[in-house]
Design a protein around this ligand. Structure first.
Ligand code: AMP
Length: 538
């Protein structure tokens, strides 16, 4: 039976604005820092969000419109996280690491109306500007006093905010309204759009808050100091800035990730909670030398954390542990905390647990299934695909019915990740079904690289696989079949570089190694047998 509602009863929606209000109420004087350039309080954050809402409204932004951002991790991004969705508009966080052609595709596909762009990316924007279809206004974000561009802009962010009034009344609307959208690299090379509602983001924030609350290692509480080291364009920096704001903790935004700046900010602000991909942790440890980190807790996700890297981080005082999720899942699905009795174990023994993929957080139903969707035994041996349900999973790919059906086949979201699960409930990813390569936290579509290689006159067949790499996690390796005159690797790199220059390929998509072979192994149905190739070439 449905609950009875009196006519006068107000039904509160789960809207993102409530997270901001909670933080401002708890800690109005708490500080938010952007590099060494700007600091302000939560109370001022609240005012700035309202000023931004005025600025955007003046540019015609209303319910249902899309506002895109191209920026590094900044206070401005945090303000957009709130102001844009609180207007009932959609925030499109553009992945600035995509190739210019992919950026163009995502802007047109998302039908962006207004674009906020860091002056550093103006040359990229200028190169695709004539082919952008829907953007009507551009606002410049800059740390420099002046920046010039051939694009007609509305003005500079800080100057526009300074002129805007300080009070804005945000509308109430349905919690199922779309709040954010962004793109992840599909296996075909064309980015796929995912999207999340206010309700989903609030639920994800509360579940993450509950999973990380309390005592024990790796927890995130009101006395922490937070700094992201995962881009805010990538799944809302794993949703952590929203949790940080809800908690009312001190926040530090580092801009572009430069190891020296990251280290300096961690030291200066005594940062205690952060998150990143393994490659960033590697960079940080290399830059730190023997430096010890005091009380720094760090979620590692986006790619598997290796035990050797975990031990190195632990030895330098970093409380490092795994988180797992994907763009489609908002993202957090699991965290790999030690259980209380494990906390006295040696660092090497702890690393085994910390490097597992983890245990599902509250409200996540996670199964590991065979091809018939039957659960595999929980014995740490039997491998299957991770499929999930939770309140915060993308409900489809934007304007992609076929891809959405595949993603949600049988009513479970298919991650494309293969894993085992042990009797204690810890999941461990063992392989990947999707034909993509993850290098330094960014995707490369094998198919896209293969298509470019096949345009070389001396290459008749090719297959690209990901091979493990100590620094980048994975790097592409190309296996080639061709004519007798086999070009050298340097010539092939130069050939692929021309596609990077045309904006068609990201520079990290160029394989490090090219191997000529007599033939490429195929499966019984004639597909490239990448599993066998990985066994042969890794
Ligand atoms: P993205 O959509 O770019 O966030 O990438 C998500 C994918 O990265 C997952 O489907 C996994 O393949 C991989 N991934 C994320 N976290 C982990 C992890 N902790 N261990 C291993 N692979 C991971």
């Amino acid at each position: 039976m449905q609950i009875t509602k009196t006519k006068e009863a107000f039904q509160s929606s789960l809207l993102l604005g409530a997270l901001l209000q909670a933080g401002v109420r708890k800690a109005p004087q708490q500080q938010i820092h952007y590099r060494d350039q700007l600091s302000f309080t939560y109370r001022q954050l609240n005012t700035r969000v309202q000023q931004l809402a005025h600025v955007l409204t003046a540019q015609g932004v209303t319910v249902g419109q899309t506002v895109a951002v191209m920026d590094w991790d900044s206070h401005r991004y945090l303000e957009c996280f709130f102001a844009v969705p609180m207007l009932g508009a959609v925030l499109h966080t553009i992945n600035v690491r995509l190739s210019p052609e992919q950026i163009l595709y995502t802007i047109n596909h998302a039908e962006d109306d207004v674009l906020l762009v860091n002056s550093e990316f103006l040359p990229v924007l200028e190169s695709i500007w004539s082919r952008i279809e829907t953007v009507k206004q551009v606002i410049v974000l800059t740390d420099e006093p002046a920046s010039t561009t051939s694009i007609a802009t509305v003005g500079e962010y800080e100057a526009l905010l300074a002129e805007a009034p300080a009070n804005f009344v945000f509308p109430e609307f349905d919690e199922n309204t779309r709040a954010t959208t962004f793109y992840t690299t599909g296996t075909t090379g064309l980015p796929k759009g995912v999207y999340f509602s206010h309700r989903q983001l609030v639920m994800h924030t509360l579940a993450m808050r509950s999973a990380t609350a309390g005592v024990g290692h790796g927890r995130f509480n009101g006395d922490d100091v937070y700094m992201p080291m995962t881009p805010m364009f990538h799944v809302h920096a794993w949703g952590a800035p929203l949790v940080a704001t809800l908690l009312g903790v001190k926040q530090v935004y580092p801009g572009r990730y430069e190891p020296a700046t990251l280290l300096q900010l961690i030291e200066q602000h005594q940062v205690t909670f952060t998150h990143c991909v393994p490659t960033i942790l590697q960079m940080l440890l290399s830059a730190a030398g023997e430096q010890q980190f005091k009380g720094l807790k760090m979620i590692i996700g986006g790619a598997a954390l290796t035990e050797s890297l975990a031990v190195r981080a632990l030895q330098q005082g970093i409380d490092v542990f795994t988180g797992y999720g994907m763009s489609e899942t908002c993202p957090i699905l699991t965290l790999s905390y030690l259980q209380p009795h494990m906390q006295s174990w040696s660092l090497e023994e702890q690393a085994v647990i910390r490097c597992k993929t983890g245990v599902p957080i509250d409200f996540v139903s996670l199964r590991i299934v065979d091809e018939q969707m039957q659960d595999v035994p929980h014995d740490g041996q039997a491998q299957g695909e991770i499929v999930v349900r939770s309140p915060w999973l993308t409900q489809s790919y934007l304007k992609d019915e076929e891809g959405s059906k595949q993603l949600w086949a049988g009513g479970w979201l298919h991650t494309g990740d293969l894993a085992v699960i042990d009797a204690q409930g810890y999941v461990k990813i063992t392989d990947r079904i999707k034909d993509v390569i993850k290098t330094g936290g960014e995707w490369v579509s094998s198919l896209e690289v293969e298509n470019i290689l096949l345009r070389h006159p001396q290459i008749q067949e090719c297959a690209v696989i990901g091979v493990p790499d100590a620094k980048w996690g994975e790097r592409p390796l190309a296996v080639l079949v061709g004519a007798e005159q086999r070009p050298e690797g340097t010539e092939l790199v130069a050939f692929m570089q021309t596609y990077v220059e045309k904006g068609l390929l990201s520079k990290y998509g160029i394989p490090d190694r090219f191997i000529w072979a007599a033939e490429i192994p195929k499966t019984s149905v004639g597909k490239l047998n990448k599993k066998l190739m990985r066994e042969q070439y890794i």
